[in-house]
Every structure is written in structure tokens, then in C-alpha cells.
Design a binder for this molecule. Structure first.
Ligand code: ATP
Ligand code: MG
Length: 342
């Protein structure tokens, strides 16, 4: 069988499950903006079907989806250049996910660390959707035949599973139909940690607001959260090795590096020897400088929600031009009567 050449295409998504955190910005959104350009077709999604795998208040979900859309645009995603939409409005995602539910194995899902983390001790009471989450995520990506997926480090395992699903589908049906997707996990802050606990990642759904910096936090709040961030009593080292076994210190250095587009080693070259009492205000100032233009633009865009809805509707329409034929071909491969051919 000859190898199919797939068009370079980027897909990624963010859940409208709350605000947007600094982790989402540095690990995902900023990278989405970097990849927008001549080399790739870029497709970005507010994954509302993923958000409801844990309970969402309906009014809050609508607000969060629109606010996330405003966040994408404020951060630099051009809704003309990229395709920007919310997942539920492109039904082929959920339709392909059902096919993948029949390809993926229970054992694969049971190994997923996000499932274990989010279901916690009471797995019997978690939603079936939370368990099947990675299968829907594989469908989100593969319904576009996407070749590159920029994400934070926490999504690496889900991307490996996406590859496993594509490989098994191709093998089961003797086709070379779905691409083997490349994860793109790059930059100085692929895993931003909680400000309260250096062993936990920063998450928008963390019950503690002090654990994260939200894109919508004002300057005083950002400064307060950084001032109160957990650290150790030692001064900053001059070399990376000095951050071993110092997860909280490493986290703040990585955040500084990512915000200033430098490497952590470069940052340590500049701030090595400083105490946190001096470094934390520098970090707060940098964070405010980078985030406040985005948050004020978000607020401005939220002033015209009908424009946001119009952008999302147009994005969904453009997305369906890609997804409808790929779903039809998938149904044909699987043997569904009526799928027809192009
Ligand atoms: P939730 O707590 O609801 O799962 P989240 O903050 O984990 O929210 P997601 O919508 O699940 O956000 O993830 C969106 C993108 O942000 C993904 O690409 C994910 O890898 C990335 N991301 C999430 N948290 C971090 C983090 N702490 N550091 C770097 N990237 C992150
Ligand atoms: Mg998450």
C-alpha cells in the first residue's frame, strides 16, 4: 500500500469549562497563534462537548464558550485565517467519536491518567462521557485528517491514543485513511504548575482560584497570586541543574521564560542569585504586561456577543466543508448503506 500524503493541517481545542488560565495560554493558545501562517491550515475549537463530561451550568457554559472565543481572537487568532468554532455545531465530531468508541478498547481508556485524575476515587459515579473523552478527542483531530496537534504536556497520552486509534482503524479496515498525528509540545511552559502545589498542573477547573492566574485577572490580583505562590527559602540558581527538586521555583522560572520568549537557562543567567522577594515582583510585572492587553481586548469583544456568535457560526460552516466528506468516506469504509461515494 502506498503511503497517503496528508495536507499539513493543525487542529487543537480548549474546553469552555471556566476561564482561561496562564497554563492554557502558554501551553496551548500562544502556540496556536505561532502556528497560524503560511505552512499550515489551522483549525481551533471550543470543545463544549468535552466540557459537559463534568457538570456545567447551561448559562455558564454559553458564557464561557463565548468568552473563550473572545480569548482566542484577543490572543491573536484571526477567524478569517483560521477556522474557529464550537464543537457541538459540527456534528461529525460526535459521529466519528461513535465509530472510534467501537475501535478503541476498554483497557486503553482505563490507562488514561486524565480519567484517573478527574474521576478520582469514585469512578463508578463519573460520567460515561468522561471515560470516553479520549475517543471524542481522537475524532476531533482525525475528522480533519489533522497532521499536527499543539497541546500542553498533559495531553500527550491522549495524542498517543489518537495514534493508536488511527492505526487500529487503518488495520481493521485495510486502508490508509487516517493520518498518524504528530503532537507538538514545545516551548518553555508545556506544563505550568499550580501556584499552590508544584506537583499539580494549573487547571481552570481547580477549586482554588489562588492556584492559577486567569487571563481575566486584574493587575492587583495577578500580583497578589504571584506574591503568595508557594516557593522555597533559597535564592534562584544560575543554572538549570539548581532547579532539580525545586518544582515551585522551576515553575516560576519557566513561566517567566515563556512569557519573555526566552529559555529557562537564559532567564537563570539573568536572575540567578536573586531572592524570590525580588523575582516575584519582576514576574508579576511581566505577566501583567503580557496579559492585560489580551484581557482588555477580550472584554471589548464580549461587548458584542452577536458578532462572536456570527464568527462561531461561520467557523462551523467552514469546518463542515472538511468534516462532512471525511465522515461520509469513513461510513463507506465501515460499510454503512447510504453513505454513497463522492
Ligand atoms: P480543565 O481543568 O477543565 O481540564 P484545563 O485548564 O486543563 O481545564 P483544557 O481545556 O483541558 O484546560 O486544555 C486546553 C489546552 O491547554 C490543552 O492543550 C492542554 O494541554 C493545555 N493546558 C492545560 N493546562 C495546562 C498547563 N497547566 N500547562 C500547559 N498547558 C496546559
Ligand atoms: Mg484539562
Amino acid at each position: 500500500m502506498t503511503e497517503t500524503q496528508f495536507t499539513p493541517r493543525v487542529f487543537s481545542g480548549i474546553q469552555p469549562s471556566g476561564g482561561l488560565t496562564l497554563g492554557n495560554y502558554l501551553g496551548a493558545m500562544k502556540r496556536f497563534v505561532d502556528m497560524q501562517g503560511a505552512d499550515f491550515e489551522t483549525i481551533y475549537c471550543m470543545v463544549d462537548l468535552h466540557a459537559i463530561t463534568t457538570w456545567q451550568d447551561p448559562a455558564a457554559l454559553m458564557h464561557n464558550t463565548r468568552e473563550l472565543c473572545a480569548g482566542f481572537i484577543a490572543a491573536g487568532i484571526d477567524p478569517e485565517q483560521s477556522i474557529l468554532f464550537n464543537q457541538s455545531q459540527v456534528p461529525e465530531h460526535a459521529q466519528l467519536a461513535w465509530i472510534f468508541n467501537c475501535v478503541a478498547r476498554m483497557g486503553w481508556m482505563q490507562r488514561m491518567t486524565q480519567w484517573k485524575d478527574k474521576a478520582g476515587k469514585n469512578q463508578q459515579n463519573a460520567s460515561l462521557g468522561l471515560f470516553a473523552y479520549p475517543s471524542l478527542m481522537a475524532a476531533d483531530i482525525l475528522i480533519y485528517h489533522a497532521t499536527h496537534v499543539p497541546v500542553g504536556e498533559d495531553q500527550k497520552q491522549h495524542l498517543e491514543l489518537t495514534r493508536d486509534i488511527a492505526i487500529k482503524f487503518n488495520n481493521d479496515f485495510g486502508v490508509d485513511f487516517f493520518p498518524i498525528t504528530e503532537p507538538v509540545i514545545e516551548g518553555a511552559a508545556t506544563r505550568v504548575m499550580s501556584l499552590r502545589d508544584g506537583s499539580k498542573k494549573m487547571s481552570k477547573s481547580d477549586p482554588s482560584d489562588m492556584s492559577r492566574i486567569n487571563m481575566t485577572d486584574d493587575a492587583d490580583t495577578i500580583a497578589k497570586k504571584i506574591r503568595k505562590a508557594k516557593t522555597d527559602p533559597d535564592a534562584l540558581p544560575s543554572e538549570l541543574k539548581g532547579l532539580d527538586d525545586r518544582p515551585e521555583a522551576r515553575n516560576l522560572v519557566n513561566i517567566y521564560a515563556a512569557l519573555s520568549d526566552k529559555s529557562a537557562a537564559q532567564v537563570l543567567g539573568e536572575v540567578g542569585g536573586k531572592q524570590f522577594g525580588e523575582f516575584k515582583p519582576m514576574l508579576a510585572e511581566l505577566a501583567v504586561e503580557k496579559l492585560s492587553p489580551i484581557s482588555s481586548e477580550m472584554a471589548r469583544l464580549m461587548g458584542d456577543q452577536s458578532e462572536i456568535d456570527r464568527i462561531l457560526a461561520r467557523g462551523a460552516e467552514r469546518a463542515r466543508e472538511i468534516t462532512a466528506p471525511i465522515l461520509r468516506q469513513t461510513y463507506e469504509i465501515v460499510g454503512m448503506v447510504g453513505a454513497g461515494s463522492d
